[in-house]
Design a protein around this ligand. Sequence first.
Ligand SMILES: NC(=O)c1ccc[n+]([C@@H]2O[C@H](COP(=O)([O-])OP(=O)(O)OC[C@H]3O[C@@H](n4cnc5c(N)ncnc54)[C@H](O)[C@@H]3O)[C@@H](O)[C@H]2O)c1
Ligand SMILES: O=c1ccn([C@@H]2O[C@H](COP(=O)(O)OP(=O)(O)O[C@H]3O[C@H](CO)[C@@H](O)[C@H](O)[C@H]3O)[C@@H](O)[C@H]2O)c(=O)[nH]1
Length: 331
Amino acid sequence: MNGVLVTGGAGYIGSHVVQQLVARGERVVVIDNLSTGFREAVHDAELVVGNVGDRELVTRVLDHHGLDTVMHFAAHTVVPESVSDPVKYYGNNTCNTCNLLASCTDAGVQHFIFSSTAAVYGMTDAGIADEDTPTQPINPYGMSKLMSENMLRDVSAASPMRHVILRYFNVAGCDPSGRIGHSAPHATLLIKVACEHAVGKCDSLCIYGTDYNTPDGTGIRDYIHVEDLAAAHLRALDHLRRGGSSLTLNCGYGHGYSVREVIDAVKRVSGRPLNVIELPRRAGDLAMLIARSARLQDVLDWHPKYDDLDFIVGTAFRWEQKMVRQVEHAG
Ligand SMILES: NC(=O)c1ccc[n+]([C@@H]2O[C@H](COP(=O)([O-])OP(=O)(O)OC[C@H]3O[C@@H](n4cnc5c(N)ncnc54)[C@H](O)[C@@H]3O)[C@@H](O)[C@H]2O)c1
Ligand SMILES: O=c1ccn([C@@H]2O[C@H](COP(=O)(O)OP(=O)(O)O[C@H]3O[C@H](CO)[C@@H](O)[C@H](O)[C@H]3O)[C@@H](O)[C@H]2O)c(=O)[nH]1
């Protein structure tokens, strides 16, 4: 019987994937401890509140529902926090993933799709990474994910399970219908923070570094809309169900925008002036990181629908406006 366990399905990216899975008629069960996720983000799927590292619980959920696929999003995700508290990151991202893999082996899971990150690459010569670029993470977050990738490859090699590792670049935007979005209260991601400022949640927006070796001196990233990323997960599932081999794939559009270009887009889309403060570089940041994503397009026949900065920013901005209205309504 087909069915998907989505770990971290109450979080930002997981909830968008759950929505797409349910929309095409998949049987979905979510497990999430709600540490950074929200019960309200899970529509139309069963939510089990618990820890992915709880081997007994996860095995029971997999067996009880007869689930043959796991999509693993549950993790801590804040890079600076991983530097100050590495044990938290290795514990949740690596040790809990090891327990989850043990549950998958026990329950005979066939397909595993893993949320990895561009942070596994670290410094690249030209700021562009393909899947064969050496992995040299420069922070514990990236290392915790790389260790999980390696565990997954080893477990797959020793069992009938096959996997797809998706290395996300900078994920942004929200469901265009406005049903779900990015609700994290202490977000640090540029597009979310800029949109929070545009709706008045904070007084200013900081640019971290204006002296990078880039055309306008600010950092360049490859921003992928969360709905396009979610669609890549469904393609990955189809690939594994067709009997496709295990894969590691970059998820990005293959081109980037600078911090100043993103800020201009937020001004354009919101129609609001922004109070921008220029600060020194943030520790651990790279000048540029862009995906070579031809493999994702070729192997999974994935084609982006929302490769447009103003569209991405527009969906993020409308979600922030909705959250402000909800707070005003509640007050
Ligand atoms: N947001 C990005 O730009 C980005 C980029 C690269 C990779 N990723 C990866 O994508 C995945 C999802 O990230 P997100 O941005 O949606 O973050 P998020 O914090 O919104 O989602 C993570 C979810 O996992 C849950 N969770 C955490 N630890 C858990 C545990 N031990 N047991 C059960 N549930 C647990 C949280 O409650 C939350 O709902 C993560 O694995 C992250 O590393 C995100
Ligand atoms: O308030 C802000 C926030 C960010 N930036 C800059 O904006 C760019 C993007 O930063 P951010 O949105 O924080 O994303 P990254 O630091 O690139 O990291 C994200 O993207 C990675 C994949 O590329 C993921 O692995 C990480 O989890 C996720 O935090 C960088 O140049 C930052 O210096 C600012 O100038 N001001």
